[in-house]
Write a protein that binds this ligand. Sequence first.
Ligand code: KG4
Ligand code: ZN
Length: 340
Amino acid sequence: MLLLCIESSCDETAAAVVRDGRQILSNIVASQVDVHARYGGVVPELASRKHVEAITVVIKEALETAGVSLDDLEGVGVTRGPGLIGALLVGLSTAKALAWARKIPLATVHHMEGHILAPFLEQELEFPFLALAVSGGHTHLYRVNGIGQYRTLGQTRDDAAGEAYDKVAKLLGLGYPGGALIDSLAGQGDPGSIRFPRPMLHKPGFEFSFSGIKTAVWRYVEEQSGPITGDHLADVAASFQAAVVDVLTAKSLAAAEAEGLSRIVVAGGVACNSGLRKRFKELAAGCNLTVTFPSPSLCSDNAAMLGVPTDFYIESGSVSKWDVNAVASWPLDTVRLDTL
Ligand code: KG4
Ligand code: ZN
């Protein structure tokens, strides 16, 4: 089945053509990063306007790159939520209009569902597995029993991991978005030089908290007599990253063990992080675990990742009705029921 997928939940306008939920024929992402960088974060109203400007251009490019026309499409998939409501509505309205006009089925998909199923675009995986979903808005551990069958095991009580990266980058004067900037600086620093806290690490359960690490970095910066630069800046970045990676990996391993799972998928923008990838690889080698990361271009926001659930939902008859609406917040656990 030839699918067009559309993603517009935050600050990336994305469209992809995917065959049978597995083969990417095109995956176009128009980032609005330059628009929001001067404000130090995503401005929702600007994001919606930019999506309106970009969406038809991005879809056209996705079709052209794939070498297909609107007539060839057999289904449309789109992110219904969670995300910025105005931004989501641009993608959803476009997807509805296209599917309705072409008389082809529409499937609405949860943004994090796309993220955690992205590895299927590169390899087949067996269910069940544990998913660590780490992005700008999420830090969640899910038990994934199949497509549409998710159970939340734990989540952050406050900031998401990506949000903590972005806020720490801002207070270190590095710019926005900060995750990749801190990651590359961290590679040059000493992760053991400053001992930042590891919140929730020794508490039972699978909840996270990142606002304390962010505050600890803020206090450390405030205590310094001048601006932090050079090797010192790299040490702060490396020490912050070490704290985040310690908590994410320890909680994931504990959750996998408690659930009797030997496979972990790490997904979302923060899954691009080189420190996280390295640590998971080391841990997996020592304890009979398979840890899968999608390629970086499939970790950050894109539309191809929606192809996996879209294909499944349309094939199994979970097609959305024309009055389906966007949802700003949406627990993944109920996604299948809501889609039907
Ligand atoms: O999944 P994503 O592209 O968008 C959301 O759904 O939020 O994730 C974006 C987040 C941002 O907070 C960004 O700073 C973070 O992912 N990120 C990283 C890295 N690359 C992107 N965080 C840590 N290390 C990275 N290399
Ligand atoms: Zn995302």
